[in-house]
Design a binder for this molecule. Structure first.
Ligand SMILES: Nc1nc2c(ncn2[C@@H]2O[C@H](COP(=O)(O)OP(=O)(O)O)[C@@H](O)[C@H]2O)c(=O)[nH]1
Ligand SMILES: [Mg+2]
Length: 198
């Protein structure tokens, strides 16, 4: 059963909360409007656990959700073009700070929209994770917007743009629930043998 814990606006508060929960963490990252909140709701089988929005750029906070045996860390969406510079700075402070300070992160789910070639910021996020030695899985969102054949082609395009294997991409749709089982299986996999925080 998934539960919302809290929105956190500074890293000190995150560290305190993380320590008191004492669970392995799965981070969810992606540009704003990629479907992050919808994806979290799909995983949780809840309609409004994470607030979705048709107006991009709404999430400026790190949101924590507890799932069965792990904490899901919803990082603020990046790349909202209209965001003021100060907001963008704040975004990087929170996100970079999270990756630097976390001691419980075991895996990152990096979301990209299946309809678009990964942006420069998407590429930067993936190289950041790669260079930092942070294991990740790319989640292609909104698969219901493309035909099955187009999804297959898009997967190849995304893999090549991000220089990763297609086996490291899970195609999902929050609208249809496609990919939910595969994501949960991946999470179970990466959590296997991760009992040291209990
Ligand atoms: N068709 C379709 N629309 C989606 C899907 N996931 C998200 N959306 C829509 O994309 C917009 C942004 O979604 P949201 O979850 O708020 O994105 P976030 O900003 O990354 O948290 C909303 O209008 C959602 O309804 C999906 O799987 N399929
Ligand atoms: Mg959101």
């Amino acid at each position: 059963m998934a539960e919302f814990i809290k929105s956190i606006a500074d890293l000190g508060a995150y560290e305190k909360e993380s320590a008191s929960l004492g669970l392995p963490e799965i981070a969810v990252a992606g540009r704003s409007n990629v479907g992050k909140s919808s994806f979290i709701n799909m995983l949780a089988c809840r309609k409004n656990l994470a607030k979705t929005s048709s107006t991009p750029g709404r999430t400026r906070l790190v949101n924590l959700f507890t799932f069965d045996g792990f904490v899901l860390v919803d990082l603020p969406g990046y790349g909202y073009a209209k965001a003021p510079k100060s907001e963008i700075r704040r975004w990087s402070e929170l996100t970079d700070g999270y990756f630097i300070r976390t001691v419980r992160l075991v895996h990152t789910l990096a979301l990209v929209d299946i309809r678009h070639e990964p942006s420069e910021l998407d590429k930067r996020m993936i190289s950041y994770l790669y260079d930092a030695g942070r294991p990740f899985t790319v989640i292609a969102t909104k698969a219901d917007k493309l035909s099955r054949a187009a999804c297959g082609r898009a997967k190849t395009v995304i893999a090549s743009a991000l220089k990763i294997g297609t086996d490291n991409i899970i195609v999902t749709s929050a609208a249809s629930g496609q990919g939910r089982d595969a994501v949960l299986a991946r999470i179970r996999d990466v959590l296997g043998g991760e009992n040291r925080y209990e």
